[in-house]
Write a protein that binds this ligand. Structure first.
Ligand SMILES: Nc1ncnc2c1ncn2[C@@H]1O[C@H](COP(=O)(O)OP(=O)(O)O)[C@@H](O)[C@H]1O
Ligand SMILES: [Mg+2]
Length: 226
């Protein structure tokens, strides 16, 4: 059963201006529950734009987006924010962390807007940091960590709301080969534990670990049989 479905999605920046960029053209794609999907394409091909739409961060597109059969195009900003918080975890390009804050502070950010008690938030974050093998660093500032450790913090933050779907923007983009493989192994374990994982990347090796690969070139997408 598909849980994410895009029908004829188009995204144009600076529409009707001389600086207009057609970032996504007639995108049709479906992702099923429990899949581990790679969206592969060169720099500037529209990967982040696509991931931001799938992650309900960008609603400025034409076409239809169905998330769990619900039409996201018909929802209010508040409803979208609610769905995003409950269902989706986002690993941003270049980690997207607050560098002068501690690991624990960074990972707890998605829970700041919940009703959870501080003690619960701390315990919850520590459990997730343990899963990712970085619990000993919880009190360290993020700018004291290595690239691989920062990426683990970014993944931990994406997991803290128990989302069903993880969206990762170039999660290995800034990492060496060995660390990339370790991060991919963490994502694969999360997939085996039942999470649907969507990774955008320019690295063809990532798709070897995935169940499905889409190729994106100049804003146009096609499914490549694995
Ligand atoms: N905020 C923006 N304003 C104008 N153009 C943008 C904006 N964001 C991205 N673009 C353009 O849209 C295209 C796709 O960008 P992006 O989705 O970031 O590609 P990728 O993530 O594959 O590198 C590029 O040509 C980029 O320059
Ligand atoms: Mg990008």
């Amino acid at each position: 059963m598909s849980i994410l479905k895009l029908c004829q999605v188009n995204r144009t920046y600076n529409e009707n201006k001389s600086s207009e960029v057609r970032a996504l053209r007639d995108i049709n794609m479906e992702i099923d529950k429990g899949e581990m999907v790679a969206i592969l394409g060169p720099s500037g091909s529209g990967k982040s734009t696509l991931l931001h739409i799938l992650g309900c961060i960008d609603a400025d597109y034409h076409g239809t987006y169905l998330l769990y059969d619900e039409n996201m195009t018909m929802k209010s900003d508040k409803e979208i924010a609610n769905i995003r918080n409950k269902k989706l975890g986002f690993v941003l390009q270049e980690y997207g962390l607050l560098l002068d804050k501690t690991v624990l502070e960074n990972v707890s950010i998605p829970l700041w807007f919940s009703d959870c008690k501080i003690r619960y938030i701390k315990n919850k974050c520590l459990v997730i940091l343990k899963i990712l093998g970085i619990q000993d660093y919880y009190n360290k500032k993020v700018n004291e960590l290595s690239g691989g450790q920062k990426q683990r913090v970014a993944i931990a933050r994406a997991l803290v709301n128990d989302p069903d779907i993880i969206l990762a923007d170039e999660p290995t983009g800034a990492l060496d080969q060995t660390t990339s493989e370790e991060i991919m192994e963490e994502l694969r374990k999360l997939n085996q534990a039942g999470k649907t994982i969507i990774i955008v990347t320019h690295d063809p090796r990532i798709s070897e670990v995935c169940t499905k690969t889409f190729h994106i070139v100049d804003g146009t997408i096609r499914l490549i049989p694995n």
